[in-house]
Design a protein around this ligand. Structure first.
Ligand code: A2P
Length: 325
């Protein structure tokens, strides 16, 4: 468990659900709960909260306890303005069939106005959109109210850079207890992790396996170069360490993060992979193996997702990766 500054515990491995098909979601969640996952990560715009809610309902009916679960969801970037915060959490809670979420994250530092003519935008942050400038500090004040009303136990941020997190820290009553960012062997987020450790912010790694499943989609839809997606699961160093332990390369990548205190949310829709991805607590990487894996870091060069598939987003004042472009 990772200890949050809010006082709650966050399970170190959660099930990621981005890019999971809504129609397979119910079965995926049931399998994950049976395999021992107690942490599920979703977002309003993953368009799967309703199916997750259906599985949870079944699990509760069979005796599963709400307090044993840790559910994270996120404020969509088209709801990223003070007046919409409460509305979107309510919508998520209704879909999930829950009275509260364990973690509510501001999904991205920048905001969009939802283009009512674009169905796709509402579903998957794709399609047309209009950039909208909002003050993240004002949004955060509304996030704090959700904690006070008991509808979010803990609150945090996602895809914010150090300066943006610092600004929230400087202007808040309730501090962000979690920051979710892209983090994997090629992009280990060392400066951000050091910063977060100094402010009691737990870091969650998305795309911990390098998001191999998104490769085709991003190539087809956004003309993404296939080189952007690293083959972490086939990397010789990861393979060697996997053989030394008799584990899969995915388990090594997940263990590498967990052993360093980073929360990981690998996505899988495959029952065997769902099971093995959470089975990383019965072995330990040696200091040498940790160092070998640390050595794969390419820092900013390893970033897969820079959000420039949102056309013109780098002009937004809250675009987080300006200095890196
Ligand atoms: P699948 O759902 O078919 O298992 P990330 O969490 O970095 O975004 O990676 C998710 C992608 O990695 C999905 O395409 C998922 O495919 C695949 N994946 C998840 N777990 C494993 C595993 N243990 N071995 C190989 N591929 C995996």
């Amino acid at each position: 468990m990772a200890k949050l500054s809010s006082g709650y515990d966050m399970p170190l491995v959660g099930l990621g659900t981005w890019q999971a098909k809504p129609e397979e979601m119910e079965q995926v969640i049931t399998t994950a709960l049976q395999a021992g996952y107690r942490h599920i990560d979703t977002a309003f715009n993953y368009n799967n909260e309703e199916s997750i809610g259906k599985s949870l309902k079944k699990w509760f009916a069979e005796g599963g306890k709400r307090e044993d679960l840790f559910v994270t969801t996120k404020l969509p970037n088209f709801g990223n303005r003070p007046a919409d915060v409460e509305k979107y959490l309510k919508l998520s809670l209704e879909k999930l069939g829950l009275d509260y979420v364990d973690m509510y994250l501001v999904h991205m530092p920048f905001s969009f106005v939802k283009d009512e003519n674009s169905e796709a935008q509402a579903k998957d942050a794709e399609g047309s959109f209009i950039l909208d400038v909002q003050d993240p500090v004002e949004v955060w004040k509304e996030m704090e109210k959700l904690v006070k009303s008991g509808r979010a136990r803990s609150i945090g941020l996602s895809n914010f850079n150090i300066d943006q997190v610092q600004r929230i820290l400087n202007n808040s009553e309730i501090k962000p207890s979690n920051l979710q960012v892209e983090l994997h062997a090629y992009m280990q987020q060392r400066p951000l992790r050091t910063f977060c450790a100094g402010h009691s912010i737990v870091v969650t790694a998305y795309s911990p396996l390098g998001s191999p499943g998104a490769k085709q989609h991003f190539q087809a839809k956004y003309n993404y170069s296939p080189d952007k997606f690293p083959d972490l699961l086939g990397h010789p160093v990861v393979k060697k360490i996997a053989e030394e332990h008799g584990k899969t390369t995915a388990q090594i990548l997940i263990r590498h993060a967990v052993q360093a205190g980073v929360v990981v949310i690998p996505k899988s829709s495959n029952p065997e992979r769902i099971k093995s991805n959470v089975d990383v607590f019965e072995f330990k990487l040696t200091d040498e193996q940790m160092q070998e894996l640390d050595g794969l870091d390419q820092a900013e060069k390893g970033r897969i997702f820079d959000f420039r598939f949102f056309k013109g987003v780098e002009e937004h004042p809250e675009y987080p990766f300006k200095n890196e472009l």
